[in-house]
Design a protein around this ligand. Structure first.
Ligand code: PLP
Length: 414
């Protein structure tokens, strides 16, 4: 072994190139590695830690529930499962909930539900129309449902029954529809593709079109839901009522929890059609209930919008100062577009800043994505903007600081 930094992940199956830091602690917007170095975290597990790292609320819900009942099994009711489902129904326009452990699992459930409904009500219609650039998870079927370039050829053969349309283009949705179509599945803000925001007019027309053709509208709010966009759910900002919604990421505040929500008429699974060992387990459901109770309060959401405004204004100033392409986003799901393919260099420079680093994500070579904790403080947003200013300087303008300590780090995309 040489004297340079060793890869600590020798025993792990290689799935991505990680920076060498090993994280041991987190509090709010801050992460600490084994050497004691601190990082201001604007990644937050890919928009998962809605209340930041190790929030007391999550720790208390976990500890209290772990001492009472961890898992009686999905074939029995438990109190947190019932309470979380009721709370989600109360907070949304839906009336039925299926609890799962990951966004991909919730989305698979949505596709199964749409196909089951198609068998019963629409003469076997089963095709799902998704969008170019869409991201719905990493199971084989959700890779097929996603519109991520290259994913169609990675693990052939792929499941069939997934058509694609262009985002914000109603004509292309109409062109993708066939008599076998049963649903359209959309992220209202495409997260993985780089914060592509659906046009309000397009979304309203899409809702009207799906109504008119007897199709279901499935909104994947795994990334946009639970306060991330400054409302409990992003579809509220578009003033539409979807037929199906999926949640994940922020719902568990860091623990594996996801949900599929639908209207009463879609309550059409027969017993045994759908399930899973961990579905509705009380340990995760208790956390989800605590998170929803905290985040879906109007005063909390108002704070999210205030921090989003502060972040957006600061990013716009950086766009001016550094000659960047622009800033965009909804709520605390924001992106900064660079004039050149230097996003990874900015991420590395930010991580290496002194006295503490800044953690950012680069979903595309020219794009930085920011998804801080929803309860990030005003002073922390100000500090993040200062650190980002320095990182942009180092990576875009200053040749001596522009080579990162660890070449081409590639954080795992969600
Ligand atoms: C992250 C994500 C998923 C997948 O969630 P997992 O929990 O990783 O399976 C699905 N849809 C969207 C929009 C996401 O951002």
């Amino acid at each position: 072994m040489n004297t340079t930094v060793q890869d600590p992940g020798q025993a792990l199956l290689t799935i991505t190139q990680r920076p060498p830091a090993v994280f041991v602690e987190g509090q709010g917007s801050w992460l600490v590695d084994e050497s004691g170095r601190r990082y201001l975290d604007l990644v937050q597990g890919w928009a998962v830690n809605s209340l930041g790292h190790s929030p007391a609320l999550v720790a208390q819900a976990l500890a209290a529930q772990a001492q009472r009942l961890v898992n009686p099994g999905p074939a029995f009711y438990n109190r947190p499962m019932l309470d979380l489902a009721a709370r989600l129904v109360e907070a949304s326009c839906f009336s039925r909930v299926f609890l799962a452990s990951s966004g991909a699992e919730a989305n698979e459930g949505a596709v199964k539900l749409a196909r089951r409904w198609g068998q019963k009500m629409r003469g076997g219609a089963h095709e799902i129309v998704g969008f170019d650039g869409g991201f719905h998870g990493r199971t084989l079927a959700m890779m097929a449902a996603s519109g991520k370039p290259g994913w169609g050829t990675l693990y052939p053969p792929m499941p069939t029954g997934f058509a694609k349309a262009r985002f914000n283009d109603l004509r292309s949705v109409e062109a993708a529809l066939t008599p076998a179509s049963v649903a359209v599945m959309i992220e209202l803000v495409q997260g993985e593709a780089g914060i592509n925001i659906a046009d309000p007019g397009f979304v309203r027309e899409l809702r009207a079109l799906t109504h008119e053709r007897g199709l279901l509208l499935i909104v994947d709010e795994v990334q946009t839901g639970i306060g991330r966009c400054g409302a409990a759910f992003a579809h509220e900002l578009y003033d539409i009522k979807p037929d199906v919604m999926t949640l994940g990421k922020g719902l568990g505040g860091g623990v594996p929890l996801a949900a599929l929500l639908c209207t009463e008429r879609l309550n059409c699974f027969e017993p045994g059609d759908q399930g899973g060992t961990y579905c509705g387990n009380p340990l995760m459901a208790a956390v989800g209930l605590a998170v929803v109770n905290e985040v879906c309060r109007e005063d909390f959401l108002a704070q999210v919008r205030a921090r989003a405004q502060q972040l957006s204004t600061g990013l716009q100033a950086l766009v001016q100062a550094h000659g960047l392409v622009g800033e965009r986003g909804v709520g605390l799901l924001r992106a900064l577009e660079l004039p050149s393919a230097r996003a990874e260099a900015v991420v590395a420079a930010a991580r290496g800043l002194q006295p503490h680093g800044l953690l950012l994500n680069a979903p595309r070579p020219t794009l930085l994505r920011l998804m801080p904790a929803l309860n990030i403080g005003e002073d922390e947003v100000a500090l993040a903007l200062q650190l980002l200013d320095r990182a942009l300087h180092a990576a875009l303008h200053d040749a001596t600081e522009s080579s990162p300590a660890h070449p081409q780090p590639r954080l795992l995309p969600c």
